[in-house]
Design a protein around this ligand. Structure first.
Ligand code: ADP
Ligand code: MG
Length: 290
């Protein structure tokens, strides 16, 4: 039987903008051993801004680099795509783009003006045999723009931390959560910078969506039977991880429909401080039951 107190707990949580899809999930939040965060859209706002455009002058200037990328990205709803389309700020001529393929965790490929274009990260460039040289002095997430397998330019974008991320992590540590982890598909340099700023020492970067699931399972296999492993994500490329965790927590605001569907708990405000709040509700609820 389900203790009545849990219903009260779920109601108490929902009045705080935390939707819990079952009393068992609320109960599990008492025993969090590991809490794993996605980076983009979870620890950060997921609202990127273009901070720098570099052109390698192969007859393609900075404006043209952005024009090409915006056209190829126009079908994608990834936060990176949105930032590039905002930067272009002109009408997209859909007739110039054909055969669009979005490669999860890597970027987008398409024919633009009849030429093969790839827009995405280092992994996509490797897949497309585009050599990108050594450009390690640039800070931020780098989006490479290649045409006919040659690098035309780089669009550098930056994201901001959510205002309560640092505090929420501190609170979780105060509540005795031993293991706080970050998983991201982004490059190591960006991952390291964000992890340092929020106080996370264990992080894994350059992960494809499948590899995020593998990493989660590895962590789940390393804890006790009654220990809870929580994953917190926005669902863009991580709905399978949300579904696999003991408790999957999704962002209700920026999160995708797939994420909200796959998750066990939905944070309506997208604020990470809702997680310590949920833990508090969970603990108080048990007091009522016993
Ligand atoms: P995160 O784990 O940070 O939430 P994702 O799994 O959504 O990131 O994406 C991982 C990486 O794949 C991004 O950092 C980016 O380099 C690349 N990427 C994914 N989608 C796109 C896109 N539409 N355009 C450009 N790059 C993309
Ligand atoms: Mg994400």
């Amino acid at each position: 039987s389900i203790p009545l107190g849990y219903f009260g707990g779920i109601g108490g949580a929902s009045s705080k903008g935390i939707l819990v899809k079952g009393g068992n999930y609320l109960e599990e939040l008492r025993n969090i051993k590991s809490i794993i965060f996605d980076k983009t859209g979870t620890l950060t706002k997921g609202v990127f801004k273009v901070t720098q455009v570099i052109s390698f002058n192969q007859g393609v200037n900075k404006e043209k680099v952005v024009e090409i990328a915006a056209h190829v990205e126009h079908y994608s709803n990834h936060p990176i795509a949105v930032s590039i389309i905002n930067e272009y700020n002109k009408n997209i001529d859909e007739k110039r783009v054909k055969d669009i393929t979005e490669v999860a965790g890597k970027g987008v490929k398409a024919l633009f003006d009849g030429k093969m274009v790839a827009v995405g990260n280092r992994k996509l460039m490797e897949q497309e045999n585009v050599s990108i040289g050594d450009i390690d002095t640039i800070v931020g997430t780098k989006v490479y723009v290649a045409m006919d397998n040659k690098l035309m330019g780089i669009i550098v974008i930056a994201d901001e931390l959510k205002s309560d991320t640092i505090n929420a992590i501190k609170e979780l540590k105060n509540y005795g959560v031993e293991d706080i982890v970050m998983l991201t598909g982004d490059h190591k340099d960006v991952a390291e910078d964000i992890a340092k700023r929020v106080g996370i020492t264990r992080y894994y970067s350059d992960l494809l969506p499948d590899e995020k699931v593998d990493k989660l399972e590895e962590i789940m296999n390393g804890v006790g039977k009654n220990d809870t492993v929580v994953f917190v994500g926005d669902g863009i490329n991580d709905a399978p991880v949300l579904a696999r965790a003991d408790v999957g927590i999704a962002m209700g605001g920026v999160g995708s429909d797939a994420a909200i569907e796959a998750a066990d708990v939905v944070l309506m405000s997208d604020e990470l401080s809702s997680i310590p709040t949920a833990m508090r509700v969970s603990k108080n609820t048990n007091k009522i039951v016993w």
